[in-house]
Write a protein that binds this ligand. Sequence first.
Ligand code: AHR
Length: 320
Amino acid sequence: MKLKNALLSATVLAACMFGSASAGELVVGFSQIGSESGWRAAETTVTKQEAEKRGVDLKFSDAQQKQENQIKALRSFVAQGVNAIFLAPVVETGWDDVLKEAKEAEIPVILLDRTIKAPDDLYLTAVTSDQVHEGKVAGEWLVKNAGDKKCNIVELQGTTGSSPAIARKKGFEEALAGHDNFKIVRSQTGDFTRAKGKEVMESFLKAENGGKDICALYAHNDDMAVGGIQAIKEAGLKPGKDILVVSIDAVPDIFQAMAAGEANATVELTPNMAGPAFDVLDAYLKDKKEPPKWIQTESKLYTPADDPMKVYEAKKGLGY
Ligand code: AHR
């Protein structure tokens, strides 16, 4: 009760500060992680486009990779009395308290592109890919295409504690299980960024005989793969040939790399999480129709056989 009163006063205060939404207009707060990758930037663009198309007032907040900023943004959305919240959670844990506050204020929260470890009554649904499956698809491609020789793999992980970093590692390792010639010899976070991916790959190359002992690079996203490709080239080796490159996202730049013979496979993640999220939100707000707890997006494998430059051109219109 105390919390409800506090929220009510905060809501009144926020209404004075920010102004209330006009009657009938849907107001959605979107707490975005940041802009660490090309994929993330595209998700932001698509979410804004979807909101505009549907006449939704989207309150956008960029957390600059910090969970504390996301928690602050969520509290501010609750105080403003938004109709719903979209949350792309930077890490898996630490959300319970703020989600309870949103629940208490009867504001539905929809998770975008990453999952969390919290009781599932604290959010309406999660629109995400199957991230374990993504890692598995990447690993299966490698097992099938690297041959029977000994294959030392280096892995660039995503943000520590994030669901894609945890799940994509797990799925990849599942695919390698039972194939004893494959071994992950180095694994470190590259924070899902191109710059860090390059930096960490440089250290992997140095530690592994200038890269001569590395058979494949597995990166949890394409941006880190692109950074890794640069590092491989600077070390005097041929990415895509001397060192196979497999990653996840399917951003336009990886298709350019594929066309140049420098990347071998990527698993697509759609940046359009907002479309399905707005659809279920509409149905929920109109008819209280409870969506399933997980709305799964597709994960498609692309290789150089898929006409990379054609895909590159097509992708550019999709928020990239
Ligand atoms: O959560 C999705 C991941 O986050 C994307 O694969 C990566 O590029 C992003 O930063």
